[in-house]
Design a protein around this ligand. Structure first.
Ligand code: ATP
Ligand code: NMN
Length: 286
C-alpha cells in the first residue's frame, strides 16, 4: 500500500460525538483473511434499499472472490454544507440511516461524524475511520489474540466513481489517497457503465473491486423524493421504519433546492443526473 503524506490524528469532532462501534466485530474469524471495514459516503436523502443492498452485494462478492473478511460497515451521511439539491438536514438523514441500519444486516452502523460538521472530503473521512478503528480502538485480533490492522475501504456506486474521471471534482492527491492507500468496492449502477467509470483509474486497478448488479435495480433517492412530492407511495423502496419516519415528519413534500457550496463538486453530480438515464426516468415520472 502507498503510504500517506497526510493522515492526521487532529480530527475535529462534532459536539458530543463518539465513534459507533457496537456492531464492529473485534475478532477475525479466519486468521488467513484481511479484516476490512466498508464505508459508504453519500447524501442518503433519503436512504433506500439500494444503499443497503450495496453492503449485501459487497458481502457476497468479498466472500466468493477475495481474501478479505468484513468486520463492519458504515453509512457516512455527508455534511449539510455539501448543499446538494434535495439534501435534507443532517439530523433527519442520520435518523433515517439509523432506522435503516437497525432494520438490517448485523454489521451495518451509521457514523454521524461527517454529517454534523463542516464539509469533509472523502479522503479525510476515510482517514477518520482508519484513525478511530486502528489507532483509537486498536484494530481487531484473531481468536489466538494476534493483533490485525483493519483495512478501510470505500463502498460506492459506479456513478460516484465515474465523477472521479471528471476534471475538478476530485484532486489527484485525494484519488491517490482514496484508491492508492485505501481502495474501493464499486457497485454497478444502471445508467453508469462500470468499465467507463474505471478506465482512467487503471493505475489503481489492484485496489479497485468491481461488483456487478445481477438483479438490476435503479432506485435512487432523487426518484424517491419525486414520488413523495407527488404523493406517490415509496413503500418497499425503502425500509418501512424510514417510510414511517418520513410520513410522521412530513419530509420531502416541498422542493428543497440549494445553491452548491462548490460548483465543481456539484457539477459532477449534476452532469450525472442530467446526462444519465436518471433524467429520462425523472421526466417519465413528471
Ligand atoms: N441504485 C444504486 N445502484 C448502485 N449504487 C447506488 C444506487 N443508489 C445509490 N448508490 C450509491 O450509494 C452511494 C450514496 O448515494 P447517494 O446518497 O448519493 O444516493 P443517490 O440515490 O445517488 O442520491 P441522489 O439521487 O440524491 O443523487 C453512492 O456511492 C451511490 O453511487
Ligand atoms: N473530492 C471529494 O472528496 C469528493 C468529490 C465529490 C463527491 N464526494 C463525496 O461523494 C459523496 C457524493 O454523494 P452524492 O452522490 O450524493 O453527491 C459525498 O459523500 C461527497 O462528500 C467527495
Amino acid at each position: 500500500m502507498v503510504s500517506t503524506p497526510y493522515l492526521t490524528d487532529a480530527f475535529t469532532h462534532p459536539p458530543n460525538y463518539s465513534f459507533p462501534h457496537n456492531r464492529l466485530s473485534r475478532v477475525l474469524r479466519d486468521p488467513q483473511k484481511t479484516p476490512v471495514v466498508l464505508v459508504a459516503c453519500g447524501s442518503f436523502s433519503p436512504v433506500t434499499y439500494l444503499h443497503l443492498r450495496m453492503f449485501e452485494m459487497a458481502k457476497d462478492y468479498v466472500r466468493h472472490n477475495t481474501d478479505f473478511e468484513i468486520v463492519g460497515g458504515y453509512l457516512s451521511p455527508v455534511s449539510d454544507m455539501y448543499k446538494k439539491p434535495g439534501l435534507l438536514s443532517a439530523r433527519h438523514r442520520v435518523n433515517m440511516c439509523t432506522l435503516a441500519s437497525e432494520d438490517s444486516t448485523t454489521f451495518l452502523m451509521v457514523d454521524p461524524w461527517e454529517a454534523f460538521q463542516s464539509y469533509q472530503r472523502t479522503a479525510i473521512v476515510l482517514d477518520h475511520f482508519d484513525h478511530e478503528i486502528n489507532t483509537v480502538l486498536g484494530g481487531v485480533h484473531t481468536e489466538d489474540g494476534e493483533h490485525r490492522n483493519v483495512r478501510v475501504m470505500l463502498l460506492a456506486g459506479s456513478d460516484l466513481i465515474s465523477t472521479m474521471s471528471e476534471p475538478g471534482v476530485w484532486s489527484y492527491s485525494d484519488l491517490e489517497h482514496i484508491l492508492g492507500r485505501y481502495g474501493t468496492f464499486i457497485v454497478e449502477r444502471a445508467g453508469s457503465a462500470i468499465d467507463q467509470a474505471t478506465d482512467s483509474l487503471a493505475r489503481w486497478r489492484s485496489n479497485i473491486y468491481l461488483i456487478s448488479q445481477l438483479i438490476q435495480n435503479d432506485v435512487s433517492s432523487t426518484k424517491v423524493r419525486l414520488f413523495l412530492r407527488r404523493g406517490l407511495s415509496v413503500r418497499y423502496l425503502l425500509p418501512n421504519s424510514v417510510v414511517d419516519y418520513i410520513e410522521q415528519n412530513g419530509l420531502y413534500l416541498d422542493d428543497v433546492t440549494s445553491s452548491p457550496i462548490n460548483s465543481n463538486l456539484e457539477k459532477g453530480k449534476d452532469r450525472d443526473v442530467a446526462g444519465g438515464s436518471q433524467k429520462k426516468d425523472v421526466q417519465q415520472i413528471c
